[in-house]
Design a protein around this ligand. Structure first.
Ligand code: UDP
Ligand code: MG
Length: 321
């Protein structure tokens, strides 16, 4: 069985040599054990880095025949870098793993075992979040709960560290959407799956390429790609507000008819005005989000272009040196 390991890299010059060293050692060991075939390889996807990431990848792939490189024409984000790698990979199984060595590479061995036992998809799930900030831990937990309630099938504490078998990979390729939120799509493929628990370490070097803004955009993408719940909430909100204003109307009429304290309504005019204004804007905003999504999807724009390749792509001498 040939294994492809796909590693998205964005400005990872600080960790890349170490990542490559550890991955190659692991591949060699696995090939030695006869768990994977000798054509197994690592694919580093350079997601438009501005540092020395690509030259490093080129160097690695000239030194090691089982290292391949793939350079995207510009930064397209983690998910697209993953897709580029997944679509280029020809292994019988593909493992995707971050470049920063936060994910314990040893879990790959367990993933292979689970795959050998029939799991087409093996999810790497973090045992704990002790390396995260309190803020990250809290928001992550809240987010997983929220999307789960909205009906998105999602594996708690699983990021993009996973193994996909050939069949799962072929299935994934059939998705026509251009904005793929892999964590939501993959459980939908529906093949037998397994979970492998692993320890998540601190970043080996360099800093996170996921600042808060990117994180939020990614989270929102996960919601709107899978769920119409926000749209439905608008309807619910509309019903509530209508009921409330109906009550206010009755109250206003009551005051007008049956009391003499009617200096009618600064409050009852101004409050609903602001309230409704706010709610309407919010609703239009959410509808707009979905419209924008439809707009983007109908264009069917490709999500990435590969600018250059390095290393031994199909054929050639693929034995690990
Ligand atoms: N990454 C990428 N493109 C981006 C941002 C990140 O390919 O635009 C890669 C990055 O090099 C790393 C992985 O995605 O291999 C995860 O990013 P990071 O470790 O910075 O995220 P965090 O672990 O902090 O959530
Ligand atoms: Mg990381």
């Amino acid at each position: 069985m040939i294994l492809s390991v796909v590693v998205p890299c964005y400005n990872e010059e600080a960790v890349l040599p170490e990542t490559a060293r550890r991955l190659l050692a692991l591949l060699n060991e696995l090939v030695g054990d006869g768990r994977i075939a000798s054509g197994s390889h690592v694919i580093f996807v350079d997601d438009g880095s501005r540092d020395r990431t690509w030259p490093l990848i080129e160097e690695l792939s000239s030194l090691h025949s089982c290292v391949r490189g793939l350079k995207l024409s510009r930064n397209r984000g983690h998910q697209n870098a993953l897709l580029a790698g997944l679509f280029a990979a020809e292994g019988d199984a593909v493992v995707t793993v971050d470049a920063d060595l936060q994910d314990d590479l040893g879990a790959i061995v367990e993933m292979l075992v689970a795959h050998a036992h029939g799991a087409e998809v093996v999810y790497g799930v973090r045992k704990h979040r002790s390396t995260d900030t309190l803020f990250k831990r809290f928001t992550a937990e809240a987010y997983y709960r929220m999307v789960a309630r909205m009906g998105v099938e999602i594996i708690f504490n699983h990021a993009d560290y996973r193994l996909l078998g050939r069949r799962a990979l072929e299935a994934l390729r059939q998705f026509g959407e251009s904005n793929l939120f892999l964590r939501g799509i993959i459980p939908q493929l529906g093949f037998p799956s397994a979970i492998v628990y692993y320890d998540r370490a601190e970043r080996f070097a360099g800093e996170s390429k996921y600042p808060l803004g990117k994180m939020l955009a990614f989270a929102w993408q996960g919601v709107t790609s899978f769920s119409a719940a926000p749209l439905r909430m608008i309807t619910g909100l509309g019903v509530l507000i209508s009921l409330a204003s109906f009550a206010v109307t009755i109250w206003a009429v009551w005051i007008r008819l049956f009391s003499d304290s009617a200096v009618p309504g600064w409050a009852s005019t101004v409050v609903p005005m602001y309230l409704l204004g706010g709610v309407q804007l919010l609703c239009i905003g959410i509808i707009g989000e979905y419209l924008a999504k439809i707009y983007m999807e109908t264009k069917r724009r490709p999500q990435f272009f590969v600018e250059r390749y390095s290393g031994a792509w199909p054929g050639g001498d693929t034995a690990c040196r």
